[in-house]
Design a protein around this ligand. Structure first.
Ligand code: GLY
Ligand code: MN
Ligand code: MN
Length: 434
């Protein structure tokens, strides 16, 4: 569980940066219809959760730094015996204060009556426009009305500032308790990958391996952090393959990209292994190349290095290897310059990881790649995806490989959180031999 003391600390830090005479406004996510009157399971907005810990839909947070009658205000659903009988429990106004530490709380229906009065006393509004048009209209509408009344002496804020800039930079640096939750998500996910390797044999369906992950994640009170990918054979070459409807065949590899979300924090792991438990020579050659690239990239995860260093290391190892295998021809330096590797490796080597699987945080500061600092968490996920074109030797065709781990930048270097599932060829073959 996330340490409950984190939330007030984060609000305080944000309010310190916002300064006086400001207001932050942040709604949570909307519930979404799946079909007819059935909804998707509700997932809280990551920014909203980060600052409040409040898990319910139909809620909005307001921060007013330095306000004497309370800095943290929550708008949320009121308690309602009948609705709670049908749809589940609510914290209500009382719970918003008592459980979630709001200084004051109001019914969400009263937003239109109360929020303009709170905005009025401020110079700057920290609100991110462009995420959700209905709430954009509501908030800008309120400011518009205040401005129309300005001639009658009402104060109006003179500036909108994107709340995201401050908030997303905060989210990029994970605290100790965030890292604890992320390690847990990593361990649960790694253990599920082990189970999937053990359950795999020719004739098993892709969705049956997906089931191993659903089972393991729900047993740990988690959910998939994103749609699980189980791609056998050439399905492994489709980067976002989620049909998972094929049969796993003897002699093919299977690529699984699956991670749990625990307490709203994601893990993101990919492993690729032979359906029958033994790599062929061609599979072995390509797999070892991706693994070498991944080790080289992880080695670059060091405080002081730049965001792009792991990607550059990956590209170098992959290009050299592709030349050695005869899959690219020419000088390594020129092939890198021309990005010739992109035919077989078309994505980047990783992304930030946290409350969102592709987590927030800038990758560049100005024109420069961001410097890696302790507490940042990223994925390292090189791959190779061989098509079926005639110029590719037959034995290499239709092979898709990715190896993905979750790595924290530490003071000393890095920590791989997802090493609970093997990736060395010998270790995978040994595990699958059972
Ligand atoms: N599973 C999404 C990704 O690897 O980026
Ligand atoms: Mn990833
Ligand atoms: Mn992934």
């Amino acid at each position: 569980m996330m340490n409950a003391r984190e939330f007030p600390k984060r609000r305080k830090e944000l309010m310190r940066m916002m300064g006086k005479d400001t207001i932050a406004i942040l709604p949570t996510a909307k519930e979404k219809v799946r079909n007819r009157d059935a909804e998707y399971p509700f997932r809280t907005d990551s920014d909203f959760y980060y600052l409040t810990g409040f898990p319910e839909p139909e809620a909005l947070m307001v921060l007013l730094p330095g306000r004497e009658n309370g800095e943290f205000i929550l708008f949320c659903r009121e308690r309602d015996a009948e609705k709670e009988t049908w749809h589940g429990r609510r914290a209500g106004i009382e719970g918003a204060c008592e459980i979630y530490g709001a200084d004051d709380a109001f019914p969400i229906e009263d937003l239109g009556d109360i929020l303009p009065g709170l905005i009025e006393s401020c110079d700057r509004v920290f609100y991110t426009l462009g995420n959700e048009s209905e709430s954009d209209q509501k908030i800008t509408g309120m400011v518009h009305t205040l401005r129309a009344q300005a001639r009658s002496g009402k104060h109006t804020p003179h500036e909108f500032v994107a709340l995201e800039h401050l908030l997303h930079d905060m989210r990029l640096y994970k605290s100790r308790s965030e890292l604890k939750v992320m390690r847990e998500a990593a361990h649960i996910s790694a253990a599920a990958h082990v189970k999937a390797m053990q359950a795999c044999k020719p004739g098993v369906m892709e969705y049956q391996l997906e089931a191993e992950f659903l089972y393991a994640f729900r047993r740990a009170n988690g959910h998939p952090a994103y749609s699980t990918i189980v791609g056998g054979g050439d399905n492994g070459c489709i980067l976002h393959y989620t049909e998972n409807s094929g049969v796993l065949k003897d002699g093919d590899l299977v690529l699984i990209d699956a991670g749990a979300e625990i307490d709203n924090y994601a893990a993101d792991i990919t492993r690729t292994f032979p359906v029958n438990g033994r790599f062929s020579e061609a599979q072995r050659a390509l797999y070892q190349l991706v693994l070498d690239a991944q080790y080289a990239a992880i080695e670059q995860v060091q405080p002081g290095n730049h965001w792009n260093d792991p990607h550059e290391a990956t590209v170098k190892v992959l290009t050299e290897g592709l030349v050695a295998l005869g899959l690219l021809k020419g000088s390594v330096a020129e092939l890198i310059e021309e990005q010739a590797y992109r035919r077989f490796y078309m994505h980047r080597t990783g992304h930030w990881l946290g409350l969102d699987v592709h987590d927030v945080g800038d990758y560049k500061v100005g024109d420069e790649w961001r410097v890696l600092e302790p507490g940042m968490v990223l994925t390292i996920e090189p791959g190779l995806y061989m098509g079926a074109e005639k110029d590719i030797p037959k034995r290499f065709r239709n092979i898709g490989i990715r190896i993905e781990d979750d790595v924290v930048v530490t003071k000393e270097g890095h920590e791989v959180m997802t090493d609970g599932v093997p990736k060395e060829i010998a270790a995978i073959e040994q595990l699958m031999a059972g």
